[in-house]
Design a protein around this ligand. Structure first.
Ligand SMILES: [Zn+2]
Length: 236
């Protein structure tokens, strides 16, 4: 007995109710992220798939329900080690610049909660589709780190809502393959073709807004003759 993305019905509604979500009866991206948080709180592998252990912990296969009620609104109480099946918190917060300059790049719990949604809806599905390692060149960036690298102070990287993917020189898909896969198949708030040329971006930026709604905005980052970055709507 297990429930997974795409499942529908009464048991899905019961699960959603048990973990503090709206009981809409469809196991969508929000449920995946909600199940991940719940699993983390219960000390279970946070796969986003409601397997037997998860259903038990949610009180749907007998026992455990009373305990769940206390925790369901609390959100995370500690940082999860894993953000999804194939991605760790460590690689999400890693920064050479932060390391070199001794900048604190530890996320808060709210950033981790945002990251769980980002990884459930965007990053892990990319990994699952291509079936190969996906290199994150940048993930979470504290305000101090963002300032040090000259990034935007309102960057979604600082909220735990964005990653940069760079497959240059690595096995697997090219950056443009990743970009187009996201564009055609996944929910996102903002997708950016970062510099490069019309055939190939230097890297891909993608964000997922915690709790939504997602704007589905697609931009291309360019530099003007003075070297200043500007953005325009991406065109095929
Ligand atoms: Zn970025």
């Amino acid at each position: 007995m297990r429930l997974n993305k795409g499942d529908k019905g009464e048991l899905v509604s019961q699960l959603q109710k048990a973990i503090g979500l709206d009981p809409v009866g469809v196991y969508g991206p929000k449920t995946v992220a909600g199940v991940q948080v719940f699993q983390h709180l219960k000390g279970l592998p946070n796969t986003g798939i409601a397997d037997e252990a998860t259903l038990k912990a949610a009180g749907l296969l007998g026992g455990g329900a009373a305990e769940v009620k206390e925790e369901k609104k609390a959100g995370l109480t500690e940082l999860p080690e894993k953000l999804s099946a194939n991605f760790s918190m460590k690689e999400f917060v890693h920064s050479d610049t932060a390391k070199r300059r001794g900048i604190d790049n530890n996320p808060g719990l709210e950033h981790a909660e945002a990251a769980l949604e980002l990884f459930a809806n965007v990053v892990q599905p990319i990994r699952d589709h291509f079936g190969t390692s996906i290199f994150l060149s940048s993930g979470y960036r504290s305000a101090a780190l963002n300032k040090a690298i000259g990034g935007s102070q309102t960057s979604q990287h600082s909220k735990g809502e964005a990653v940069d993917i760079d497959m240059d020189g690595r096995k697997g898909p090219e950056n443009e393959d990743v970009f187009h896969y996201i564009r055609k198949n996944l929910p996102f708030d903002q997708l950016i073709w970062e510099f490069g040329d019309s055939k190939r971006p230097d890297w891909v930026h993608v964000s997922y807004k915690k709790g939504g709604p997602q704007r589905g905005q697609i931009l291309a980052a360019k530099r003007n003759s003075a070297g200043k970055t500007y953005y325009e709507t991406w065109k095929a």
